[in-house]
Design a protein. Structure first.
Length: 816
């Protein structure tokens, strides 16, 4: 690659590297240009002319040079033209010396470009070449040949964003994901002192996987210097995506906010089908950029989420200081939106919109103000009459309601909008109400409005579920659930949500299923079509072993509220328990159609687990590409293929702390098993010893009769079995089954038996393990074994040669 001493030596501000003072208007766009500007046009119009100028009759003499250049272009064999745009022509080419396919951009400055323009191209192309980011198309080489500048870059299989989407609208979440990635990429460029200054759909390439890549840093400016050869009043960029300060030609004042504006303009086009500003000519477009506000996105596309609209319009603020402080800040706000968290940006109020309009249209605003005073006097009387009529209509409608329904409609949940917003976000929190994020939102709601009974009820439900699923199985968590429940009971004992919360507490805490059923049924009377109540009833039916009733209730919950991911997850879980794998997979896929996979990893994990249960490792593989997926899944995938080294590497890098304690415990046992099977006995022993100590510490903090304690005793038994300590291993397994027997819990009780079978298998005791496995294959339970899992899972290797086990693992063995 060529080196450019002017950049290295800091001499790019010398007079010979600059254009002279501006004193005339660009013949193409009307912008101010310099006295020595070639053809009397600015650099943007000059670059946009590119090789297309050869079609002009005045350039016929130069055509033979171009033809000769294309026939023999040194180290590059030009295969086909793949693009023609602002700065020239792009070819798919083969670099002969390295035998690789590249994209070769040829800039047709040639016979009418000044030396200053050539220097600017080289210096700014070199700046882009020094950027190292996977989403910036890397530049391989910069040079010139026969008077034409060129650079080669990585060839991206795919196409330009504007060509791919055309005038079609992109779904909001997909557009947001795309823009978050690009914002991170631009932040990297800004951190390295480079502005792009021409962010637009045509400069965004999507590869075969749909991942975005930024290209064409030809207009990029080195922030750390005032130079390149770009001067104050020369306009660079694409008008429809150009920030006002850029359109004004104030290039010395451009900052990262300019690129943030460009990202906002691209997002606007993805969501509405057109850029925020477009005029009949370049000059008209620039005028519109200066003088008008972008139209509200929801007027163009009502499906656009309000928060996403707010983010987009903040990017498009006229004043750079009102935009996001950095591209990273923009990326973080978009990611908050994608996580269903509150965004940092604040919507402009109606008053602000009116004030902006009044500043632009002062005379018209004055006339309207005077007219408004006259109209308001007459309108006031009309509004009073309208309100009276509406009140009468409401009374007539309420006359047809039951007394209970009237009372519920009349009751206000809260008068505090912020509290209600936090409550609703908690109700719809991805992953479930037991997640810390959901609990924090409910806590925020009751802090803002202490008399908010609905929020107290759901705070209690979240705390009860956290205790139940093992996120926090401590007595303190259960006590917190009881405290929140008591507040709800004190505020509104007859509220259906309070009955629902009491049912959850009885179900999750003391395991009083009869009492819980009565409370859920009472809640159903007040909320007959609530998916939350129906799902709770179904879960209880499942816990009692009433499988058909559970499926019927859960299907009804999903039909009533297809977007309720919790209900879909529960239905899929029941199908999984019953080993109805096709129906479970179909339910997961329908739920994923409503929510992106990166927002609910629980659904993705379940889909992967279902493929594991059926032995379909090939179908599971694509799901493992998600970097946020729990490490246990790719580890099991490797373990089932006897790739123990790969499993050890994955598990060794797994985080040591996580909110999902059970997942971390499973990973410890998987690591010990992988090390044991790989032949590293010492490492396996150390892992099992560490796991046993950790499990004992966890048990000290748990309620001794909790189901979480039962699970941990079972884990502890397997750790002792891995150490070859038969007596304590069997004792811990039996303790787990005693706390959570199948007779009392047909869903998870058998899972404790399966862990007992693990213990016997690790000890090489087929006589005790096989009868348990034979029984488990005949009954439904949570995460059940299948013949396929018996064949693949190395935990059974110690008894694999036993004919009785081989019969159970046979492909002919029916799954019930």
């Amino acid at each position: 690659m060529k080196e450019f001493p002017a950049v290295q030596a800091g001499t790019i501000n010398r007079p010979e590297n600059r254009m002279t003072t501006a004193k005339r208007v660009c013949a193409e766009c009307g912008g101010t240009v310099f006295a020595d500007a070639p053809q009397g046009v600015c650099s943007v119009c000059l670059f946009r002319t590119g090789l297309a100028s050869l079609e002009n009759e005045n350039d016929e003499a130069f055509a033979p040079t171009i033809a000769r250049m294309l026939k023999d272009f040194g180290d590059y064999e030009l295969l086909e033209e793949i693009g023609r745009g602002g700065q020239g022509v792009v070819y798919r080419a083969r670099q002969k010396s390295l035998n690789r396919i590249v994209a070769l951009k040829v800039i047709g400055l040639a016979h009418w470009a000044t030396e200053a323009h050539v220097k600017r191209f080289r210096m700014e192309a070199e700046a882009a070449a020094h950027l190292d980011d996977p989403r910036i198309v890397p530049i391989y080489e910069i040079g010139d040949r026969d008077g034409a500048c060129y650079f080669s870059m990585k060839f991206i299989e795919g196409g330009q964003l504007d060509k791919i989407i055309g005038s079609e609208l992109m779904p909001g979440r997909k557009a947001a994901e795309l823009m978050a990635k690009l914002a991170h990429t631009l932040h990297h460029a800004h951190q390295n002192g480079v502005l792009h200054r021409d962010v637009k759909p045509g400069n965004i390439l999507l590869d075969a996987k749909g991942e975005p890549h930024l290209t064409d840093f030809g207009l990029a400016r080195l922030v750390e210097t005032e130079s390149t050869v770009t001067r104050t009043l020369e306009v660079l960029g694409t008008p429809s995506y150009m920030a006002p300060e850029q359109a004004a030609g104030n290039n010395a004042q451009l900052t990262s906010a300019t690129d943030v504006y460009g990202l906002g303009a691209v997002l606007y086009q993805l969501l509405t089908g057109h850029p925020p500003f477009a005029g009949a000519t370049t000059y008209e477009t620039v005028r519109i950029v200066w003088e008008t506000q972008p139209r509200q996105l929801r007027l163009c596309n009502p499906k656009v989420d309000r928060d996403l609209e707010t983010i987009c319009l903040k990017c498009l603020e006229k004043e750079p200081a009102k935009r996001y402080a950095s591209a990273e800040a923009l990326a973080e706000d978009i990611e908050r939106f994608l996580r269903n968290e509150p965004i940092r940006s604040r919507r402009s109020s109606q008053l602000e919109h009116v004030w902006r309009w009044c500043k632009r249209k002062a005379l018209v605003a004055s006339l309207i103000a005077a007219l408004t005073i006259v109209v308001a006097i007459g309108l006031a009387g009309a509004l009073l009459e309208l309100r009276r009529v509406q009140a009468e209509r409401v009374l007539v409608r309420r006359a047809n309601l039951s007394g209970q329904e009237k009372a519920r409609l009349a009751a206000e949940q809260t008068k505090n909008p912020a509290a209600y917003d936090a409550y609703l976000r908690g109700r719809t929190f991805p992953g479930g109400w037991h997640e810390d994020g959901a609990i924090r939102l409910f806590q925020e709601a009751v802090k803002l409005e202490p008399s908010f009974a609905h929020a107290w009820a759901y705070l209690s439900i979240g705390q009860s579920e956290s205790y139940w699923v093992g996120t926090d199985p401590s007595p303190a968590r259960l006590a917190a659930a009881k405290d929140a429940l008591d507040r709800a009971l004190a505020l509104a004992p007859d509220l259906p949500e309070t009955h629902l919360a009491l049912g959850h507490y009885l179900y999750r805490g003391p395991h009083d299923y009869t009492g819980a059923l009565a409370e859920f049924q009472q809640a159903e009377k007040g909320l007959p079509n609530s998916a939350d109540v129906i799902e709770a009833l179904a879960a209880l039916q499942r816990r009692l072993g009433h499988w058909d009733e559970a499926v019927a209730e859960q299907r009804r919950a999903v039909e009533l509220d297809p977007r309720n991911i919790h209900a879909s997850y529960s239905l899929a879980t029941t199908y999984w328990i019953l080993r109805r794998f096709p129906e479970a997979l179909a339910t997961v896929d329908r739920a994923l159609a409503w929510v992106p996979a990166n927002r609910d990893l629980g659904l993705v994990s379940m889909k992967a687990d279902l493929f594991l249960a059926t032995g379909d490792l090939q179908a599971m593989e694509p799901l493992l590409a998600n970097p946020r997926l729990d490490p246990s899944l790719p580890a099991i995938y490797a373990l089932f293929q006897h790739r123990y080294a790969a499993a050890i590497e994955i598990l060794s890098k797994a985080p040591t702390t996580d909110t999902d304690r059970n997942e971390r415990n499973v990973e410890k046992l998987l690591l010990g098993l992988s090390q044991q099977r790989s032949g590293d006995v010492a490492a396996a022993r150390a892992t099992y010893q560490d796991a046993a100590q950790d499990f004992n510490r966890q048990l000290e903090k748990m309620a001794p009769d909790s189901f979480a304690a039962a699970v941990t005793h079972a884990f502890l038994g397997q750790a002792y079995a891995g150490l070859g300590e038969a007596a304590p291993a069997i004792a811990e397994g039996q303790r787990a089954m005693a706390i959570q027997p199948t007779s009392k819990d047909p869903v998870e009780g058998p899972a404790r038996e399966e862990r007992m079978a693990n213990v016997y298998a690790l000890l090489g005791d087929a006589d005790h393990a096989v009868p348990i496995l034979k029984r488990l294959l005949q009954i439904p339970y949570a995460f059940p074994i299948t013949p396929a899992s018996l064949r693949l899972d190395p935990v059974w290797d110690q008894i694999r040669n036993d004919p009785r086990f081989q019969e159970l693992a046979s492909e002919k063995q029916p799954v019930k």
